[in-house]
Design a protein around this ligand. Sequence first.
Ligand code: FAD
Length: 421
Amino acid sequence: MTTPAYPNLTVYGALWCPDCRRSKQFLAEHRIPYHWIDIEQEPDAQETVRRLNDGRQIIPTIVFDDGGLVLAEPSNAELAARLGINPQASRTHYDLIIVGAGPAGLTAAIYAAREGIDTLVIERGGVGGQAGSTERIDNYPGFAQGIAGADLADRMREQAERFGVELLVAQTVASIATSLPEGNESGVRAVSHTVATESGQQYRAPALLLTPGTRYRRLNVPGEDDFIGAGVHFCATCDGPFYRDRDTLVVGGGNSGIEEGLFLTRFASHVTVLEVGDRLRASQVLQDKAAAHPQMDVRLNTTVREFRGNGKLESVLVEDLKTGHQEELHPAGVFVFIGLDPNTAFLSDVVQLDQRGFIVTGAGPNSSMMETSRHGIFAAGDARAGSTKQVASAVGEGAAALIGIRAHMEDEIRNRGYSGD
Ligand SMILES: Cc1cc2nc3c(=O)[nH]c(=O)nc-3n(C[C@H](O)[C@H](O)[C@H](O)COP(=O)(O)OP(=O)(O)OC[C@H]3O[C@@H](n4cnc5c(N)ncnc54)[C@H](O)[C@@H]3O)c2cc1C
């Protein structure tokens, strides 16, 4: 695969700014290099931003060196258009539309296109999902030495394109509507689903696969973004083995924090759990296990203020919220477990979600394990309720969903003679 030539970019922003993070993530997902200037750290940067924006202080402000174009707070679609990334799909009708180009979506797309199912994948960022922006994946079978997440994403993309999958990136799916066949008010059988993007494009297909994934909650403190994968982690199963015989810190005293902390004791010499409240929120059983474990201790009323280091995490500034006392700790690695949210806000009136917003499958009119409450709409990967939140399982779910989708398509053709829109 050839990498297109992009102009040199400078991104002016601040650590606390969510749109700056979104733009940086978008550029990283597309492997587009950029120069980052923190307006709170660099002298004169705020003045530069005001000058570039006619006196207004808007971040992110992105400057292109070829022609000096300035984009102030651009959406991903605007940024993509300026970078020459394809702005819309080639057609409006497909056999299958997949929302999300992470491992689950890409796997399903590979399976689908290989069987001749005409497939469009719509992705709001770049190809690869969370896996694509992971420093190193060490537990995905077939890569004995591990593989950089970006490499794995590029390989999956290349394979999908080889089979003719159409990938539409930098477009966010905003809504989904289903049109029912005439004379069928019960809504049991759907004929066509219309997927609308934030920028107003509409695409139709008789089957949809939802693979929008999740996002880990961040602490949003200085240094966190800089050391992800270089001392700051969000997955003990993935990265715990890197900390054999080292001291680690776990942030979060809920069920996942304690469970992952206990898991880390298999490798780490010691695990300290920081909990912001005055008691742990994990179940009593887990609390008892933590209390009895010789390699674990808990610090209550404690929060992280800053991650420090030079290219790699060197220390963590923590604060006792009762006394205000600040202290620098020197763990080898920090694991943040303060929650995980599915990217399903746009699905709340489309399919059944569980209390935490994960997509419920297996409860629809058909018995297909991966079908949602709406006929013809399937779900797979991390956003699916009960999923395992690993690359290998997302890949497996993508393949399983496609088998269900194929059966759905055969069923539709048998029952209503459907053969494309
Ligand atoms: C820091 C980190 C390290 C990890 N390390 C490992 C590891 O070492 N090993 C391992 O097995 N797992 C690891 N994981 C977990 C792994 O990355 C995920 O389990 C896997 O990526 C899930 O795949 P998915 O396809 O379900 O979702 P995702 O990878 O999350 O992909 C979902 C995609 O959908 C897109 N999307 C969401 N909403 C919309 C919308 N409305 N419109 C269009 N697109 C949308 C998102 O932008 C995203 O690209 C790690 C995760 C993180 C965050």
